[in-house]
Structure formats: C-alpha cells, structure tokens
Design a protein around this ligand. Structure first.
Ligand code: TMP
Ligand code: ASP
Length: 261
C-alpha cells in the first residue's frame, strides 16, 4: 500500500492518504500530551506499543461483531484503516470514578459505579474538549438520535468485552475514551468504531496492587510509562516474555535505518 500525502496530524497520530481513496494510513507517534496539550513529551517506543495494543483490541472486537476502521497493521507504527468521517464527540465510558469525574463532582476516587457511565465531550481542542449533554449533540446536529442509539449499544458491548479481556489478565478497566466515524456502505451511511484503544485512551489498574498501567503515569508523573505499556502488551499476549524493551529497540532500529538511507 503506497503512502500518500499527510491528511491530518493529531497529538498522538498522523493520518496519510493511501493509494485507495477509501483507506488511509494511521501512524502512531511517540508524542504524549496531557491536560489539552499543556504537558508535552516524546516517549520513545510509545507509538509502537499503542499500535500493537490497539490492533489487538480492535481485531478482537471485530471478531465479536463490533465493526471498526481497522483493516490491518502494516508495520510497527502504521495501520491501514477505513477512511471515516469522525463524529466530533469523545465518548468517555466509566466503570470506576476517577480523573475529571471525581474533580468535577467531588465523588470519592475509586468509587465503583453500579452501571457504566457514558459521558460526552465535544472534540474541540481550542475549547478544551468540553463536557456536553446528549441534547447538545442533537441541538447542534453533531450526530443523529439513531446514530447515538447505535453508538450506545456498541459502547456497552465494547465495555463488557474489554472488562472481561482485561480481567482475564489481572487488569481492572477503570475508564476509557472511544471515537466513532461514518462510512458509506452500499450507498448507506454507517457508524463504526474508529481512532485507537490503548493505554493512552484507557485507565488500566493492576487488579491486585492498583498500579497504574496507563497514561496517568505521564499525566501524574508516576514514573516510566514504557514498562507499564509493555506489561499491558505482555499480559495480553502481544509481546513475549523476553521482549522487555522490544518496542524501544525496534524504534531505534527503524530510526537507524532511516538515517542511513
Ligand atoms: P478524564 O477522567 O480525564 O475525563 O478521562 C477519562 C478517560 O478518557 C481516561 O481513560 C482517559 C481518556 N481520555 C482520552 O483518551 N483523551 C482525552 O483527551 C481525555 C480528556 C481523556
Ligand atoms: N489527550 C488529551 C491531551 O492531549 C488529554 C489527556 O489524554 O489527558 O491533552
């Protein structure tokens, strides 16, 4: 698949055109940001790990019938994905209260929610991705009622599946963020899961120690992020025991190759 011109650059990923107009290439960067870009860093190997972890989760979701944008992983940093029109909403799913929810509402950190809570944020960096009500989505026609009903059903299935998948490897799925997009299938618009699912977009706590295995390590300066993401990848069976620093080594190798060209 030939890589075309850069179409869009976000905080953690770049989208390139491909030789097929319905498909694009998603490149995972090593850049990490938090608090709407106020805190920034480059963490070598993060993109490689997120590419692998997201591929694993999205292909598993595909197997249980959750349609998503992933076509295939191309290499250590890139995936071939379907070109979608992103719905400008970040769907935050919470099983345990922490993060912005506890700050906003004074709920005790770690409170287990009786049912998964879905929150909506407008995807707008300049406004700091503000929390919105479902009614705002319809008032400003960011998505239709039919689309949101479908998205909500998909979210609950995704959450059930991911809770089980992570529980099986000793990890609690605390919360996560999803994005959805529209594709044309046989002339009809359909909503599918898009973006990525990785420790950048989830909160993952070790089931026993509650050690944070996600981007909170960076947000809250909890120490190295790469060993935590590597641990998640290993537990999911993506990386093997001996490959402790595989992602970083591969990154180094690929940058050496590029430089010597
Ligand atoms: P929050 O508690 O900061 O609102 O985050 C809730 C979840 O959403 C958490 O798993 C991190 C994820 N998230 C993103 O993936 N991107 C974002 O821009 C934000 C604010 C949160
Ligand atoms: N992704 C957001 C940012 O870049 C926030 C976050 O993940 O905490 O600032």
């Amino acid at each position: 698949m030939k890589k075309g011109k850069k179409l869009y650059e976000g905080k953690a990923k770049i989208i390139y055109a491909s030789s097929d107009k319905n498909l694009v290439i998603q490149y995972f960067k090593d850049d990490a940001t938090a608090f709407n870009n106020q805190k920034k860093s480059t963490i070598e190997g993060k993109g490689v790990l997120n590419n692998r972890i997201s591929e694993h989760i999205l292909s598993n979701l595909s197997q249980i019938g959750i349609k998503n944008h992933l076509v295939k992983r191309l290499n250590m940093r890139e995936q071939l994905i379907k070109f979608v029109e992103i719905i400008p909403i970040e769907f935050v799913v919470r099983n345990v209260a922490t993060g912005s929810l506890t700050k906003r509402l004074g709920i005790e950190d770690g409170t287990v929610l009786k049912e998964p809570l879905i929150e909506y944020c407008l995807k707008d960096d300049e406004l700091g991705d503000p929390l919105i009500a479902e009614e705002h989505i319809y008032a400003f026609e960011w998505a239709s009622k039919k689309e949101i009903e479908k998205v909500k059903k998909m979210i609950l299935r995704i959450n059930d599946f991911m809770i089980g998948m992570f529980r099986g490897v000793g990890i609690k799925l605390i919360d996560f963020k999803l994005e959805f997009g529209r594709v044309k299938l046989n002339g009809k618009s359909e909503v599918i899961l898009a973006d990525e699912i990785s420790p950048d977009t989830c909160r993952l706590w070790d089931s026993i120690t509650e050690k944070k295995l996600d981007k909170d390590r960076f947000r809250k300066d909890l120490g190295d992020l790469i060993p935590a993401y590597t641990e998640v990848a290993k537990r999911l069976g993506i990386l093997h025991e001996q490959s402790n620093v595989t992602a970083v080594n591969v990154t180094k190798l690929s940058s050496v190759k590029k430089k010597s060209k």
